[in-house]
Write a new protein. Structure first.
Length: 330
């Protein structure tokens, strides 16, 4: 599976849609939540860690499916003033939108209802990828990748429905050996152009439009610049997303559609063309609060689908995820 995508979808099952819908009151002291999820994932990505070998670089990977169990959570400490908070774990607002990472940070509320968040993503969660993805009919070796980043986010700017975020970080692969297969007969410069280690800049602007007290629309536009060590891996990604949020007396749901366009800087030496990707995503998340009158508990579930359609068939992929679990808030 594609690690960042799949883990992000798993984390989305923790969604508390009210987190996006309205500001959440902070109670002084220690708080947080933890979820235990079970689910099913199916993927045909060449980067699925179960696709050890590939007979063909001109198609996506074999279909792989698996069951999983995933514990996820966060902890926070709110100062007695009620407007300052330290936290560690998964950002609930990011989780609700399908983006998952562990971060440590500081939040500050202001009188105009805006909230400033300063955070650091320490790269504690490494993701598996291939040392050389382009080996053919030979078992590919895995290596770890991770992201270290700093982020600044301002929600409800000056009391408005607008929010903004900017993040900058580094994507690192422990053993980067792309293009080293002798059968490809690449030059040293061509191999260097496939280096995936990169500096990453991410920006996003969002707007929430309420239609009633229980129904609202969140729209977002985002831009990502991936400045990779290899020119063929450097790219700009332009994205947009829309989320319909419905709040019910004891439950809530959110349906999100997203689209991203990735445009790469230079010709890919293995496939002799500049890569262009169209990425589509859709997921429906649902939460039912206090089942069986269990205080502080919730049932959460997700059905998610994502697809990458590239002008290079090697990068095509389709991912499906279904999960359900229990969430406990303390």
């Amino acid at each position: 599976m594609k690690p960042l995508l799949t883990v992000g979808l798993i984390a989305t099952t923790m969604i508390s849609t009210t987190t996006i819908a309205k500001p959440v009151d902070w109670t002084p002291g220690v708080g947080g939540d933890i979820s235990l999820m079970v689910g099913y994932n199916k993927s045909d990505s060449q980067f699925n860690s179960d696709n050890h070998t590939t007979p063909n670089l001109n198609s996506n990977g074999d279909i792989q499916d698996k069951m999983f169990v995933a514990p996820i959570g966060n902890i926070s400490y709110t100062f007695n003033s009620g407007d300052k908070q330290l936290y560690f774990g998964t950002s609930r607002s990011d989780i609700a939108l399908g983006r998952f990472h562990i971060e440590a940070g500081y939040r500050q509320k202001f009188a105009d209802t805006s909230t400033l968040t300063l955070s650091y993503i320490p790269g504690l969660l490494s993701q598996k990828t291939w040392q050389d993805p382009y080996l053919q009919n030979v078992e590919r070796s895995k290596t770890n990748s991770n992201i270290n980043a700093f982020s600044v986010k301002l929600d409800n700017i000056r009391g408005s429905r607008f929010s903004g975020q900017i993040a900058y970080g580094k994507f690192s692969i422990d053993h980067e050996r792309s293009g080293n297969d002798p059968l490809l007969a690449l030059t040293a410069d061509e191999r260097a152009s496939l280096n995936r280690n990169a500096n990453v800049l991410y920006t996003e602007g969002t707007y929430v439009q309420p239609f009633s007290r229980s129904l609202m629309l969140r729209t977002a536009v985002n831009f990502t610049n991936i400045d990779a060590n290899g020119n063929a891996m450097s790219n700009n990604i332009y994205g947009a997303a829309a989320t319909i949020i419905q709040l019910l007396p004891q439950s809530s749901l959110a349906f999100t559609l997203s689209y991203k366009k990735a445009l790469f800087d230079s010709t890919h030496p293995v496939f002799n063309k500049k890569q262009q990707d169209n990425k589509f995503g859709a997921f429906l998340a649902y939460e039912y609060r206090q089942p069986f009158n269990w205080k502080n508990w919730g049932l959460v579930s997700l059905i998610g689908y994502s697809s990458t359609q590239s002008n290079i068939n090697f990068y095509d992929s389709n991912d499906v995820l279904v999960s359900a679990g229990l969430n406990y808030k303390f």
